[in-house]
Design a protein around this ligand. Structure first.
Ligand SMILES: [Zn+2]
Ligand SMILES: [Zn+2]
Length: 396
C-alpha cells in the first residue's frame, strides 16, 4: 500500500462495486444449503480480482486464500451468504426475484462487503506477511449450519484468528459494536407431543383433552426462567408453535408443541432439558395425559476472544475513527460463527445498519427488513484494516 494512501481512501474505489453486488445478491436470494447461484457469483467475482487461490469446500460455499509475499500468521474472515424463506414486502427496485425467498438478515451485505475487502487486499499482496482466508459460508440460518461443515473440510486449519461481522439493525448506522466474552446465545430446539384421548367436545368427561393440558404445560414452562433460573443468568424458553385439533366440536387426541431455549452458560444449558421434562411429566400425569419430548442442541454460544476483539477494535478506530466504536450489547440470538471459535480465537461483531430518518428500522427476519447501505463501507474498511494490522509488513 503506498504510504500516501490510507486504508479508508483505498476502500472508496470499491464502494460502488459493493453496493452493486449487494443489490444483485438481494435480487437472487437462495435458501440455506441451496446457494448454488450465490456461490457461483461469489467465485466468479473473486476470479476477476487475480492472485487468489479459490476453492469450493462444499457445493454451495467458497473459500479464497490470499497468500502474502512473506511468511506470517493466518487470519480468517467469514461472511455468510444464505437467505430465508420469507416473502419480501419491500418496494425498492432490487426486491427479491425468487418468490418466497428473501435476504432478510443482511447476508447479501455480508457477502458484498467481504468481496469488497478481498478486492482491495488482492491488489496489496506485497503488503501482507502471512495469509488471509476469506470464507463465504453457506447455511448460517439452518441448523446444523454451514460452519461446522467448513471446519470439517479444513478451512480453519492453521488459522490464528477468525473474525466475522453481522450488519445489525438494532444498532444505528455509524456505530460498530465489539465485545469480548459472551455475545450470542446457544439456540436449542424443543419438540413436544402431548397425547390425551379425543372425543366429543360436548362430552369432555369421556376425553383427556390435550389442548387443555398443553395450555397448562405452556404456562408452567414460563416458571423455568421466572422461578428456576438465576435472574442474573440470561435465558429464554419460548413455545413458538402449537398444533392440534381440526374443528370446533371435536377434542383431538394429540397436540404438538415446538419452541426454543436460549442460554449462554453451559451448566444451565445442560439443566434445561431436565427442568422442561419435569414440568411436562408432572403436568401430563396430573391430568392423565402422556408426552414425548425431544431436546436438540443447536449452535454453541458465540464467545469472543479478548485478543481477537482487540484486533477488531483497533481496526474500527484505524479505519473509521474514535467515535464509531461502541460496546456490543449481547443478544439471545444464535450464530454458527461459534463453530469457527472452537478452532481458533475469534471475534464476531455488529455493524450498525439502522437509520430512523430513512425508515430502516425493521428487525432481522422481518418481511420489510432492510439495511442502510452506508454500513457496507464500514464492514469493508474494518476487514481491510484488520488484515493490514494483523498481516501488515509496512511495505508497499
Ligand atoms: Zn438471521
Ligand atoms: Zn444473520
Amino acid at each position: 500500500m503506498p504510504a500516501s494512501i490510507s486504508p479508508s481512501e483505498t476502500v472508496d474505489t470499491v464502494r460502488d462495486d459493493v453496493i452493486g453486488w449487494r443489490r444483485h445478491l438481494h435480487q437472487y436470494p437462495e435458501r440455506s444449503f441451496h446457494e448454488e447461484r450465490t456461490a457461483q457469483f461469489v467465485a466468479d467475482t473473486l476470479a476477476t480480482f487475480g492472485g487468489l487461490d479459490i476453492t469450493r469446500p462444499t457445493p454451495t460455499s467458497v473459500l479464497a486464500r490470499l497468500v502474502g509475499s512473506a511468511p506470517g500468521p493466518v487470519l480468517a474472515i467469514r461472511a455468510d451468504i444464505d437467505a430465508l424463506p420469507i416473502v419480501e414486502c419491500n418496494t425498492h427496485d432490487f426486491v427479491s426475484r425468487n418468490p418466497g425467498v428473501m435476504h432478510a438478515c443482511g447476508h447479501d451485505g455480508h457477502t458484498a462487503m467481504l468481496l469488497g475487502a478481498v478486492k482491495v487486499l488482492a491488489a496489496q499482496r506485497d503488503a501482507l506477511a502471512g495469509e488471509v482466508r476469506f470464507i463465504f459460508q453457506h447455511a448460517e440460518e439452518l441448523y446444523p449450519g454451514g460452519a461446522e461443515e467448513l471446519v470439517q473440510a479444513g478451512v480453519m486449519d492453521d488459522v490464528d484468528i477468525v473474525i466475522g461481522a453481522h450488519l445489525w439493525t438494532p444498532l444505528a448506522v455509524g456505530k460498530v459494536g465489539v465485545k469480548a466474552g459472551a455475545l450470542m446465545a446457544a439456540p436449542d430446539i424443543i419438540r413436544i407431543t402431548i397425547t390425551g384421548s379425543g372425543g366429543h367436545a360436548a362430552l369432555p368427561q369421556q376425553t383427556v383433552d390435550p389442548i387443555a393440558v398443553a395450555a397448562q404445560v405452556i404456562t408452567n414452562l414460563q416458571h423455568i426462567v421466572a422461578r428456576n433460573v438465576d435472574p442474573l443468568q440470561p435465558s429464554v424458553v419460548s413455545i413458538t408453535r402449537i398444533a392440534g385439533g381440526t374443528t370446533h366440536n371435536v377434542i383431538p387426541g394429540e397436540v404438538e408443541l415446538e419452541g426454543t431455549v436460549r442460554t449462554f452458560d453451559e451448566t444451565l444449558r445442560t439443566q434445561m432439558p431436565k427442568l422442561i421434562e419435569r414440568i411436562l411429566a408432572g403436568v401430563t400425569s396430573a391430568h392423565g395425559a402422556s408426552y414425548t419430548f425431544a431436546y436438540e442442541r443447536g449452535y454453541r454460544p458465540v464467545v469472543n476472544d479478548e485478543r481477537a476483539s482487540e484486533l477488531v477494535r483497533r481496526a474500527v478506530v484505524r479505519a473509521l475513527g474514535d467515535g464509531v466504536l461502541t460496546e456490543a450489547i449481547p443478544t439471545m440470538g444464535g450464530e454458527d460463527f461459534s463453530g469457527y471459535q472452537q478452532r481458533a480465537p475469534g471475534a464476531f461483531f455488529f455493524i450498525g445498519a439502522r437509520c430512523e430518518e430513512r425508515g430502516i428500522v425493521q428487525p432481522h427476519h422481518h418481511e420489510r427488513f432492510d439495511i442502510d447501505e452506508r454500513a457496507l463501507d464500514y464492514g469493508t474498511r474494518i476487514f481491510v484494516a484488520a488484515t493490514l494490522d494483523f498481516l501488515g509488513t509496512g511495505k508497499g
